[in-house]
Design a protein around this ligand. Structure first.
Ligand code: UDP
Length: 314
């Protein structure tokens, strides 16, 4: 699609949502953000306050959505494991009903939908790297299933609205992303480590610290999302993130390098059903949008640390 004149971003007050709203407004798009503020916070949108190209609506994505946007980006769902597990029924229903509402609005007004899916749809993967054709290993009884299965059902809704109702629904599977604007209390590993390190606390490592993840800087991820939304056509899911795989203990070393000092570890019990290894196959994104996220982990961590350091101490 060409650059849209209007966009609706659900989950617009969240970590990713707020960065995305800023980037869209900077591209000249008039943006409406909807958020129920269950995990997002208005402070994330502070830089857009007073900008007449931006409009915030406090609302629930499970209810009918406002406006006639040309592009709808659906990010509305808690994404950090402790947050999405806190009210699992609501998490699953937010994914499913929220996606349905976005697709219904798109069918009505002819919008393109970009659905934020997730690496979690691969569950605890048995294939590495995870390519888009891999079907995943999700246990529907797991404490993580409310998120994983909710996002899987959301993908199915996108596929079916494409097939049966002609909606241009696009699905991006987002891998671990970090950056300024994350909440220190959100429970994810980068935000936990940097808020702990910046306030002189030890780093909480769950289990043996040997689980792996790849960490993508938020500005790179947001740029990739916008490029995928602007492609003339996109059918089928696309992985997006970094493919620099590291263990949690290697991340501890990276945080120590950024801090320039030894930071102690507090060993904690392993998280339930924690995926052991996660690594995206990024070839599809590379061929579609020449995907090669430029931000080095040390630079991204430093910028994120600076952000945590200027926050008022709890
Ligand atoms: N983790 C950790 N300490 C923390 C938070 C997370 O060791 O304070 C581990 C977690 O068990 C997992 C990895 O870091 O192996 C990434 O967890 P996160 O919650 O950031 O995201 P996930 O990729 O699991 O959704």
């Amino acid at each position: 699609m060409r650059v849209p004149s209007t966009a609706l971003v659900t989950g617009g007050a969240g970590f990713l949502g707020a960065h995305l709203c800023e980037a869209l407004v900077a591209t000249g798009v008039r943006v409406t953000a909807v958020d129920d503020l269950s995990t997002g916070v208005p402070a994330n949108l502070a830089r857009l306050r007073g900008d007449d190209r931006f409009h915030f609506v406090e609302g629930d994505v499970r209810e009918p959505l406002p406006g006639q946007p040309e592009l709808i980006i659906n990010l509305a769902c808690p994404a950090s494991p402790p947050k999405y597990q806190a009210d699992p029924v609501r998490t699953l229903m937010t994914s499913v009903l929220g996606t349905l509402r976005c697709l219904e609005l798109a069918e009505q007004c002819g919008a393109v939908v970009l659905q934020a899916s997730t690496s979690e749809i691969y569950g605890d993967p048995e294939q590495h790297p995870q390519s888009e054709s891999y079907r995943g290993a999700v246990d529907p009884w797991s404490v993580r299933a409310c998120y994983d299965e909710g996002k899987r059902a959301a993908e199915t809704l996108c596929a079916d609205f494409r097939r049966t109702r002609g909606v241009d629904a696009r699905v991006v599977r987002i891998f671990n992303t970090y950056g300024p604007g994350m909440s220190g209390g959100d429970g994810r590993v980068v935000s936990n480590f940097l808020s702990q390190a910046s306030s002189g606390r030890p780093l909480t490592v769950y289990g043996d610290g040997k689980a792996t993840r790849c960490f993508c800087y938020v500005d790179d991820l947001v740029a990739g999302l916008i490029q995928l939304a602007l492609l003339p056509e996109l059918d089928g899911p696309v992985n997006l993130g970094s493919d620099r795989e590291m263990t949690v203990l290697e991340l501890v070393d990276e945080v120590r390098r950024v801090m320039g000092r030894e930071v102690p570890i507090a060993w904690m019990p392993a998280a339930t059903d924690d995926p052991k290894r996660r690594l995206p196959d990024l070839r599809r994104a590379q061929s579609l949008i020449d995907w090669n996220p430029p931000t080095q982990l040390q630079d991204g961590l430093r910028r994120t640390l600076t952000w945590f350091e200027q926050l008022p101490t709890e």
